[in-house]
Write a protein that binds this ligand. Sequence first.
Ligand code: GLN
Length: 466
Amino acid sequence: MLSKLSVEELIEQIKLNKISAEEVTNHFVEKTALVDPKIKSCISTVFVKGGDGILKGIPFMVKDNMEVTGTKTTCASKILENYVSPYTAMAVQKLLDAGGVVIAKTNMDEFAMGASTEYSNFFTTKNPWDLQRVPGGSSGGSASAVASGMVPFALGSDTGGSIRQPASFCGIVGYKPTYGLVSRYGLVAFASSLDQIGPLTKNVRDAALIGNIIMGKDQKDSTTVEKQMNLLKEIEDPIEGFKLAIPKEFTKGLSDSVKNVLNDAIDNFKKMGVKVDEVSIPSLKYAVAVYYIIAPAEASSNLSRYDGIRYGLSFDGESVDDIYTKTKDEGFGREVKRRIMLGTFTLSATYYDAYFDKAQKVRAKIVHEIKQVFNSYDAIIGPTTPSVAFKIGQLSSPLEYYLQDIYTIPANLAGLPAISLPMGKVDGLPIGLQIMASRFEDEKLLRIGRNYEISRGKFPLPEVIL
Ligand code: GLN
């Protein structure tokens, strides 16, 4: 069963000559053709082959907000429905150079704004554990594809939780590297101070392996830094004596069933000789509010480029204003319009101080309070999501969706590395454990994650319906 194997296991099989690189690629292409009609992870299937490195023949999928030369990059939006990438995103290029093969571009919430893929302009992706439910979002296509064995790994982007929340809902691993570790060149910008590319994988070792390949300083993204890291090197060194903090803001109001699963995780850590303390980070209660001012403000600026003149969809009009209005009205979906309006409002001269400026100050306070915790603790843990995957169509108000990100947003506001990995099941559905570490402590983050993963034992993959 090649579909169940991790990236490392596939590499091993190829090395041992048990199977050829081509056979591996073909297996997953065929698997995708069989499974995707049920799950609907892919917006387009493509075939972009790489060079001759460690990933030779290993197929992967790319969220449809990352450029891959000659493929459509739609962001699941009508406004970019026919836009073809003239260049390749740096993270994707590095994977291609290592030998990887891109076999599909995956579904997402339009412009990565959402938590379920229900805001895709094309279709909703299904959760492979239960086809009535959402896979999470916005990288729901990537997460569901990995969970259902269509590819051994995929790339997603995370602005407020979009890698970790779908990983939690689909029972896989989602890793958001430290802001500045992976180049965002070729990632369609949503909120530039928060966006980060990262892998969705079957286990923590694969997250480290892919992380090692995609990280690095890039002249084309000035927020990237020169850092020498090897995420795999000490990943299985014991973590005895480590100290973990659980903010009570992350457990307040949790259902008993989620609490039970979390308590099991805490017990596992304690058995490894890790200290786990409850702490308080009072300003976390403002994280969602702050995010929903800052992210839409940055989005309203970033999305102003889709004006019917430079990119994508274009409508004729009597005047330039007319072209702008018609194109945006036709091209953007409801949620994207809502965010643009929210962002434009909070950035307007009259309200700037009251909203945007204040949100920046509160963001600084959140960063400061989190830093203080890291003075005494190695990492912060908690559930990735307040609950398991919800049903398609179950949530109605925007606020219900926004509250999905309550535990994931702080890592983006503070630029921290964070990972979600399977913690257990509630009502037969997976839920993730989130671990966050201090900036550029990605090695430590994955080491804690890997040790927990070993202690928990192998998490099953869903039985994929053929
Ligand atoms: N769900 C969040 C939002 O709608 C986060 C999205 C993301 O991380 N791209 O903004």
